[in-house]
Write a protein that binds this ligand. Sequence first.
Ligand SMILES: NC(=O)C1=CN([C@@H]2O[C@H](COP(=O)(O)OP(=O)(O)OC[C@H]3O[C@@H](n4cnc5c(N)ncnc54)[C@H](O)[C@@H]3O)[C@@H](O)[C@H]2O)[C@@H](O)CC1
Ligand SMILES: [K+]
Length: 233
Amino acid sequence: MKKKGGAAAAITSDQMYSIEENGHSGIGMRRFLMMENAGHGISDFITGKFKQQLKNKKIVAVCGTGNNGGDGLVAVRHLAGYGAKTSVVLLGSPSDIKSEEAKLNWGIVEKMDSVEIIFGKEVSDAVRKKILSADIILDGIFGTGIKREIKDPHASAIDAINKSKKAYVLAIDVPSGLDPNTGSVYDKVVRADATITFHRMKKGLVTKGARKYTGPVRVEWIGIPPEAERGVL
Ligand SMILES: NC(=O)C1=CN([C@@H]2O[C@H](COP(=O)(O)OP(=O)(O)OC[C@H]3O[C@@H](n4cnc5c(N)ncnc54)[C@H](O)[C@@H]3O)[C@@H](O)[C@H]2O)[C@@H](O)CC1
Ligand SMILES: [K+]
């Protein structure tokens, strides 16, 4: 059952983290299961939108080292199964990847020769070219964990994504750089063709002016039991 997270049901990132913690620690709906469902939701949207043409599409997931990037790793794993040419650009080194669930998914993807992997602490010309030649870009740089101003390599990656003329850009959870609670822009933000946000709409995605960055926003239920919202919403 998909819950439509309309504006009224929009929540803050703190509320999301509490719901996530309740689900993970209280009910046993572990974060890596949430990440799997999130990534599958991204993949499902892309396959639904591109159907047969997916075969020769070049899909590039631009991933941060947090769980937003982790979602991108899951999505690429699913999409590799549809015959798309899939690549991951990790902004940082694998050892920077923070959470267990993101490390788990990195470990899987790096064993897949059907997924090209590029990583580094700066956006090289090769990475810029990879992003600019993509047909589909998954923005997994930052989600609700965005803080402070944005420096390199993240800043250059966002610039490259925004420079791409031909790619369809799908933002994972939140367009990278947009504040999930206020909808304000730190200093740069990914302009996405659409956004898939997880579990419930986030307040920042439905503020005035956010639409030019989010595109149409879809709420993807990722299997967190509604009971995890008790005491939070
Ligand atoms: N909350 C949940 O239930 C779930 C969260 N998931 C994903 O997890 C995301 C949140 O993940 P994280 O909390 O790891 O954070 P993010 O992945 O949003 O951010 C990545 C990391 O970037 C760093 N960062 C923040 N601002 C920065 C800046 N200006 N310059 C450089 N680095 C910066 C932070 O340390 C953060 O750990 C969500 O947006 C969503 O995509 C999903 O896995 C689904 C489940
Ligand atoms: K994102």
